[in-house]
Design a protein around this ligand. Structure first.
Ligand SMILES: C[S@@+](CC[C@H](N)C(=O)[O-])C[C@H]1O[C@@H](n2cnc3c(N)ncnc32)[C@H](O)[C@@H]1O
Length: 253
């Protein structure tokens, strides 16, 4: 059977001009645009980001798909399967589907589930990823604090899934990126204070968007559950990357 191609397209972290040329090309050519949102009536962040740059595309169908913000597989699986079925109807009719994701499709994106499930449902279907600028690199661009240099190591942590080992992570990595903050801010502040790293942390919500916020004192972050599009980056920076290490024979060996 000649299925359409399933594309996972990263639309970048928020600023409309941080979409890649390849992403725009795929998004403009696809007859079906799949747009994730977290509830049936809410807005799709991916759509908000790409709408101004995409412009009007004649005869393009927009498919809004709901992926609940939940960790409960019993809630997630039916929603994901419904999204898969909606997309599948178009793939089976030979139509390409471009699934737009905020940031990059390979990092904490509902596209990962679809890409893994598609080949067993539609054997031989083509799945392509168009990478996007991720929030992990967008945040350093607005804070001016580099992620890592030379021998420095980075950890990327989805905070809502548990921070019991945060102190150990802060000791083992030069930079710790805390995403999906949920209600974990008090725990994060307490741990950073205990280990003396509170002044090495920065909170950024909606990096590169019009309403971006940067707080270098975490105690100023509103106490309530924070913004869904926010992260904290802790940069220990006790040594400075390349200059601090043992000389290597060859970086590429
Ligand atoms: C479901 S993940 C999606 C990540 C996305 N695929 C990416 O590549 O950035 C959502 C988390 O990414 C982070 N995030 C996404 N966009 C952001 C932005 N513009 N500014 C700050 N954090 C952001 C937040 O930690 C948020 O909880």
């Amino acid at each position: 059977m000649n299925y359409g191609t399933l594309y996972g397209v990263g639309v970048g972290p928020g600023a409309p001009d941080l979409i890649t040329l390849r992403a725009l090309d795929v998004l403009r050519r696809a007859p079906v645009l799949a747009l994730p949102r977290s509830n049936d009536h809410g807005a799709s962040m991916a759509w908000q980001i790409l709408r101004p740059t995409l412009g009007a595309v004649a005869d393009q169908l927009r498919l809004f798909l709901t992926f609940p913000m939940s960790k409960d597989p019993a809630r997630l699986r039916p929603a994901w399967d419904a999204a898969l079925a909606a997309i599948g109807a178009h793939l089976e009719a030979g139509r390409d589907v471009a699934f737009a994701t905020e940031g990059d499709p390979s990092l904490f994106s509902s596209f990962i589930y679809l890409a893994q499930a598609a080949p067993s449902r539609w054997p031989g279907v083509k799945v392509e990823v168009v990478p996007g600028i991720t929030s992990i690199t967008a945040v350093p661009s607005v804070t001016g604090v580099p992620l890592a240099d030379g021998q420095e190591r980075i950890a990327i942590i989805p905070a809502t899934y548990g921070l019991g080992d945060l102190e150990a992570l802060l000791a083992a990595f030069d930079t710790v990126v805390l995403m999906k903050l949920g209600g974990e801010l008090p725990h994060i502040i307490a741990t950073l204070t205990r280990v003396g790293l509170l002044d090495r942390a920065v909170y950024v919500s909606r990096a590169t968007m019009a309403d971006q916020r940067i707080l270098r004192d975490l105690r100023e972050v509103p106490a309530a559950r924070g913004d869904c599009f926010a992260m904290i980056i802790v940069s220990r920076k006790e040594h400075s990357g390349v200059l601090a290490g043992t000389p290597l024979r060859s970086i590429c060996a």
